[in-house]
Design a protein around this ligand. Structure first.
Ligand SMILES: Cc1cc2nc3c(=O)[nH]c(=O)nc-3n(C[C@H](O)[C@H](O)[C@H](O)COP(=O)(O)OP(=O)(O)OC[C@H]3O[C@@H](n4cnc5c(N)ncnc54)[C@H](O)[C@@H]3O)c2cc1C
Length: 383
């Protein structure tokens, strides 16, 4: 079959845009199809814009080994994004505060931070009160200045898009996939014009849409679950970000004149993705905000819901915060980041995976690339 593209990406959130930029930068012929008329209109934009630096996940994931692994991937993503798009980092010199209520968890958290290489500096309550004067630090047993930052995702996506376009990537916005037949993808744009694109590899960077597309076009029910959680958007409450590490407490990042606040571990498994706000969940979050800012006035604030997905592995019970790359149908690869911050790690692994599948005859093979062949020849000789 003659292919129009080496890679066709379906879905233009952070994963699709970053993969488009990296793969086309590598000289591959890449196209990206997005069903909406704007890029990243789902979770990649309806989130807290928190560029993690391992601080939260090193402490919040129960299993220590998994926590350290996720924290390190966040640090990897954090460093790569700050280098790639420093202009997208908001208030780079303002360090947020991480708070811990439970004294009995302090030493374990610090030991995990040390192992994962999380940056932190313990500070006194008096210093914290100077940094965030309107907050209350009652019943808090640990206060740390940490290195997480807020990210202006629109700037990051704009840069990814511009660089991918420069490297020759084709973009099809507002295009609905109608048929997937082998490596041929038939789509229809908003004017009703049909087009068929053939790609050596189809990558589903479709986030919450991946399950539906696989069910419809491949008859496969991917083991993907949906988790709803809530955010509040309100006028900026402090100069520095401030977040608890304890479950069911608030975590706040700032973007210009507004603060966006989420609630730790409030993700609720749901059957279908929807952005409907659940009143009781939003109220829990409001109470959480008042536990940091007792005089917070909720008037004028906005409740938002969003949905994350995870790929069920053998860890079935807990929500997987890990990245996932799988190829349920040969030539059709599904990619999901646990978090936006993990997209750099995910897309680097994807790039390497795609390169190994497509290879490049213009570049000499390494001895290790020949190894499976050499081994097979040696086995044949012995036989
Ligand atoms: C409330 C909330 C807060 C969060 N906060 C943070 C945070 O602060 N920091 C962080 O690191 N992570 C955060 N996350 C996680 C993060 O937002 C997601 O992991 C990440 O955005 C997923 O990106 P994605 O590109 O894989 O998927 P998505 O953002 O879902 O993008 C998928 C794209 O594919 C398109 N698409 C879907 N189906 C099709 C189709 N059939 N054809 C064509 N296009 C299709 C969609 O329109 C969409 O543009 C948060 C998540 C939630 C829910």
């Amino acid at each position: 079959m003659n292919f129009d593209y080496d890679v066709l990406l379906i879905g233009g959130g952070i994963t699709g845009l970053m993969a488009a930029q990296k793969l086309s930068d590598l000289g591959l012929k890449v196209a990206l199809v997005e069903k909406h008329t704007t890029f990243a209109s789902g979770p990649s934009t309806r989130n807290e814009g928190w560029l993690h630096r391992g601080t939260y996940h090193a402490s919040s994931i129960r299993d220590r080994k998994a926590a350290i692994q996720v924290a390190r991937r966040c640090i990897y993503g954090h460093k790569q994004l700050r280098r790639f798009s420093p202009e997208a980092v908001e208030d780079p010199d303002v360090l947020p505060l991480a708070l811990i209520r439970r004294e009995d968890t302090l030493s374990e958290v610090i030991s995990r931070w040390d192992e994962a290489d999380v940056k932190y500096r313990p500070i006194s309550r008096a210093e914290a009160e100077r940094i965030v004067p309107d907050a209350t630090f009652e019943n808090v047993s640990g206060i740390f200045q940490v290195a997480d930052v807020s990210l202006n995702t629109r700037i990051l996506y704009r840069k990814l898009l511009a660089l991918a376009q420069k490297s020759g990537c084709s973009f099809y916005l507002g295009s609905e996939i109608e048929v997937i037949d082998g490596q041929a993808v038939v789509m229809r744009d908003q004017a009703g014009v049909r087009m068929t694109l053939k790609a050596s590899t189809v990558v589903y960077s479709s986030g919450i849409g991946a399950k539906e597309i696989f069910r419809k076009h491949h008859g496969i029910d991917l083991p993907i679950r949906y988790w709803k959680s809530h955010l509040v958007v309100t006028k900026r409450l402090a100069h520095a970000g401030i977040f608890f590490l304890d479950p069911h407490e608030a975590a706040m990042m700032h973007h210009g004149d507004v603060s966006i606040i989420g609630f730790n571990e409030d993700a609720l498994m749901c059957a279908e993705p929807s952005y409907d706000v659940l009143k009781d969940r939003a109220e829990n979050l409001h109470r959480g905000i008042c536990r940091i800012f007792p005089s917070w006035d909720s008037r004028g604030s906005l409740d938002v819901a969003c949905v994350k997905v995870d790929y069920v592995t053998d860890l079935a019970g807990a929500r997987s915060l890990n990245i996932a790359i799988s190829e349920p149908v040969p030539g059709h690869v599904v990619v999901l980041p646990g978090k936006m911050t993990e997209a750099p790690y995910l897309t680097d692994v994807l790039t390497s995976y795609i390169h190994d599948k497509l290879d490049n005859p213009a570049i000499a093979r390494r001895p290790c690339d020949e190894f499976p062949t050499l081994e097979a020849e040696a086995t044949r000789e012995v036989a």
